[in-house]
Design a protein around this ligand. Sequence first.
Ligand code: NAD
Length: 434
Amino acid sequence: MSNSIYNKLLAKENTLAVVGLGYVGLPIALEFARKIKVIGFDINETRVEMMRNKKDPSNELEAVAFEGCDIEFTSQLEVLGKANFYVVAVPTPIDEHNLPDLKPLIGASTTVGKVLKKGDYVVFESTVYPGCTEEDCIPILEKESGLTWKKDFMVGYSPERINPGDKVHTLQNVVKVVSGCCEDSLDNIAKTYELVVDAGVHRATTIKVAEAAKIIENTQRDVNIALVNELSLIFSRLGVNTYDVLEAAGTKWNFLKFFPGLVGGHCIGVDPYYLTYKAQQAGYHSKVITSGRYVNDSMGFYIGKQTAKKIIAQGKHIQDARVLVMGATFKEDVSDIRNSKVIDVVKELSSFQVTVDVIDPHASSEEMHHEYGISLCAKPSNDYDAIVVAVSHAEYAKLNESDFKKMLKNGEGVFVDIKGQFKGKIKDLEYWSL
Ligand SMILES: NC(=O)c1ccc[n+]([C@@H]2O[C@H](COP(=O)([O-])OP(=O)(O)OC[C@H]3O[C@@H](n4cnc5c(N)ncnc54)[C@H](O)[C@@H]3O)[C@@H](O)[C@H]2O)c1
């Protein structure tokens, strides 16, 4: 082991590179750079320049996170080629048909393949279906490099568990799953990650097991949220408040605590599609997982329709109605608007000819316009017929009923509290939650 890649990394004779410096890649690159020599590689030169200036393009890390790091940011292949241990953390989105879009992963594998040398390691961190690393990525590494896997270079897979906006569950304090392609490679990969993960690593038996473990973490969450979303559709018809029911049922020791809501973002609403795609390829048509996806993907439209119905029930002319939607990001206290399901609420309301204003203290209006053709409203007015609190940003938790009344026409109207954040606190307005 004395001549191992781990020891060489530790002695700074070898260098680790992180390919793809987004929500996942940048924190891990900086953490490694406190212990060993790191190259941070990204194809987006604008982002690279920001990072050189100690600015996180994903707005998650402060400048102090860059202090004391031995890291070189680059978009140049020649610089990347100086590394020996490559960690790949590029996006794995779905396309318009909800099928895996492997373009970034194939692009990154091609890039790494071009600079791969004998003795190098490649560890994939992007979320993929079981089999993707071996069937889709390694053949590209071999083709581009002319080298042979397991003889000339080693490959592992280590899924990421970071949770944007979460300051409690961090890279350091959550056990990380690692895998390799033989005993020795697993040992080197495990020891390398142990440098940055205080909570330690779990050594998965194979690469496929590690890939599957990640995909089911998010699939399980998606299906569980779908169940409570479906319950909320039923309870709404029965005139029962879902949050009241969950609070009562939650007093049992083995009742799982999930809450209804919009499932957006680029993980929970996306990853299950990678699994159902692979299942289908293997001759199995997923039913439970796809049903869950259907329910969760329908919630935004359902909320929009319920809001319109409540406005009509107040005797208002729906085409003249004005609605304020508070929050546009895919979850609370982050600026990420990608795959935000709040847009479905807006679309549904707009289909009733309702005028909708959207505000958000974290989202960028330019990005919203670019992504969805919706600009954010700089300042809410005081003549809305309904307010939809769509995202539980900390800023909104400070508001009370009189603040909302000031934004409503004559201080009256419909109050839709998607996350049940204001349950029990709204007395005069027409309150509705999932
Ligand atoms: N964001 C999360 O919370 C989270 C959590 C767990 C797992 N994941 C998974 O981690 C992976 C990365 O996600 P992310 O949220 O960090 O993505 P991201 O969109 O924040 O960042 C990706 C970065 O990769 C760069 N990039 C794209 N193609 C590239 C290429 N060919 N070569 C080099 N760089 C390239 C982009 O410019 C960008 O800077 C995905 O598979 C995702 O599912 C994400």
